[in-house]
Design a binder for this molecule. Structure first.
Ligand code: HXC
Length: 257
């Protein structure tokens, strides 16, 4: 499909989505949301696709929600339309999604990156929740996901001052999994996604689901959830194949069942 605000390419089993509103530093307006939701639904439903990468430009992953779109809105508009609720659907994507962030990931841009399963950062990446400077606050999950990712002290300071974190600080704080030289970011992200997409598909879904459960449950309940999913994978043909392939010193051939 052709989209107005994003570019979608397939690299083998990897879907690469590039935010493409260069004149607005990829600010996330309702068209970007609609385009992304459509592309993500197609990706999730396609058995030939195993992992997605979302990236922006060298200058900006995304500089936030679109301020010009929100400027004239009042409480009744925002509350009445449950503005930003559509992003919940993005987070229900079952297959893994990697954010590959170069340049600015601010406000909604930082929040979108945090909705992905993990963040690979270029050495040029800058993360921030500067909404307070506009007399508002994060609205796409930033106060919750940033706090879970980096802890209260840094999350509180960033939301209250609007200051940015560079890639080094973001890695130290656990916001990003790795830093990559900017010139290699997308290639390395696609390579990482290709590795994930080469794994047995049901095991990929289960691994994502159980890590995410850590944010929704107590420890006992989370460990039990993990164990039940682990038991469930022993009902798949791919488990038998994976273990036989190891014993026979060959690569597993997955069926996705
Ligand atoms: C709409 C935006 C935008 C945004 C940038 N632009 N960010 N348009 N929404 N969030 C537009 C600018 O208006 C400008 O358009 C063009 O993109 C280039 O931006 P410049 O500011 O000229 O670039 P530069 O000087 O390099 O500065 C980069 C920047 C700055 C530091 C990232 O653009 C910036 O501070 N942006 C806003 C960051 C922010 O506050 N984000 C949070 C948004 S609120 P023209 O037409 O002038 O060329 C949010 C959370 C939602 O995301 C929760 C409720 C609010």
């Amino acid at each position: 499909a052709d989209y107005e605000t994003i570019k979608v390419e397939q690299h083998g089993r990897v879907t690469l989505i590039t935010l493409d509103r260069p004149n607005a530093l990829n600010a996330l307006n309702s068209q970007v949301l609609a385009d992304l939701l459509d592309a993500m639904a197609a990706f999730d439903a396609d058995p030939e696709q195993g992992c997605a990468v979302i990236t922006g430009s060298e200058k900006a992953f995304a500089a936030g929600a679109d301020i010009k779109e929100m400027q004239a809105q009042g409480f009744a508009d925002m509350y009445g339309s449950d503005f930003f609720a559509g992003w919940d659907r993005f987070t229900r994507t079952r297959k893994p999604v990697i954010a590959a962030v170069a340049g600015y990931a601010l406000g909604g841009g930082c929040e979108l990156a945090m909705m992905c399963d993990f963040i690979l950062a270029a050495d040029t990446a800058k993360f921030g929740q500067p909404e307070i400077k506009l007399a508002v606050s994060p609205g796409m999950g930033g106060s919750q996901r940033l706090t879970r990712a980096v802890g209260k002290a840094k999350a509180m300071e960033m939301c209250l001052t609007g200051r940015m974190m560079d890639a080094e600080e973001a890695e130290r704080a656990g916001l990003v999994s790795r830093i990559i030289p900017a010139a290699d970011l997308v290639e390395e992200a696609v390579k990482t996604a290709t590795t994930i997409a080469s794994m047995a598909p049901l095991a990929v879904l289960a691994n994502k689901e159980m890590v995410n459960a850590a944010f929704e449950t107590g420890l006992q309940q989370g460990v039990q959830f993990e164990r039940r999913l682990f038991h469930g994978l022993f009902g798949t043909e791919d488990q038998a194949e994976g273990m036989s392939a190891f014993v026979e010193k060959r690569e597993g051939q997955w069926k996705g069942k």
